[in-house]
Design a protein around this ligand. Structure first.
Ligand SMILES: [Fe+2]
Length: 209
């Protein structure tokens, strides 16, 4: 009786019910180019897409390294590093979106999922556990340098193939943002005293006392 009541409740809802558990062949395989009308030849698009997916994988990895360190940082500089790491995380996150969307507008397919990023990135994997702040900063600086090196090479390649948009993204956004973040990190590894100067020089006021 209850079964009959349930089936009568479904009657007439065929067109309003969601169609679940659907699967189909991909509409574009990874590594192929679905050319758009952007006046750029196919080889230039394909080469830029390949390069940008490498920068994307490394930028996602660096972004996530910042969040790991934002959570796990310890010590006297906890508060300022906690905030700085999150600021840089947000800036890298914006770069991730710009890179992925440029890959799509070039007709490519952007990497997205963590497992694919892990297989592609050339930034070394850190341990799961916590590390000292200077070690965290050193790892971040090494990751930035890997990114900057590849971005400069790829910016030149994009320029040579006529892909000015990719060159601009790499130079104006990737390179400049990474360089600035390197400066902010590096100054934390300069070993200067907090209160008492090393090797103080006798001043005129002090010698008059
Ligand atoms: Fe947070």
């Amino acid at each position: 009786m209850a079964k009959k009541a349930a089936s009568s409740s479904l009657e007439g809802t065929e067109r309003s019910r969601p169609i679940l558990h659907q699967r189909s062949a991909e509409i574009q395989p990874y590594g192929k180019i679905a050319k758009l009308s952007i006046a750029l030849d196919l080889d230039a698009c394909a080469h830029s897409v390949e390069n940008l997916n490498q920068v994307l994988a490394d930028t996602i990895t660096l972004r996530d390294l910042y969040k790991k360190h934002h959570w796990q940082v310890a010590g006297h500089t906890f508060y300022q590093l906690h905030l700085l790491f999150d600021k840089h995380y947000e800036e890298q996150n914006e770069l991730v979106d710009s890179l992925a969307e440029r890959i799509q507008l070039l007709g490519g397919v952007s990497l997205a999922m963590a497992a694919d990023i892990a297989e592609t990135t050339i930034i070394p994997r850190p341990p799961r556990g916590r590390e000292e702040a200077p070690v965290q900063i050193s790892r971040l600086l090494e990751a930035h340098e890997i990114l900057l090196k590849e971005a400069r090479t790829m910016a030149r390649e994009a320029s040579e193939s006529g892909d000015d948009g990719t060159n601009d993204l790499l130079v104006s956004d990737i390179i400049r943002t990474n360089e600035l973040q390197v400066w902010f990190l590096s100054e934390h590894l300069v070993d200067v005293p907090l209160v008492r100067a090393d090797n103080p020089v006798q001043t005129r006021a002090a010698s008059a006392d």
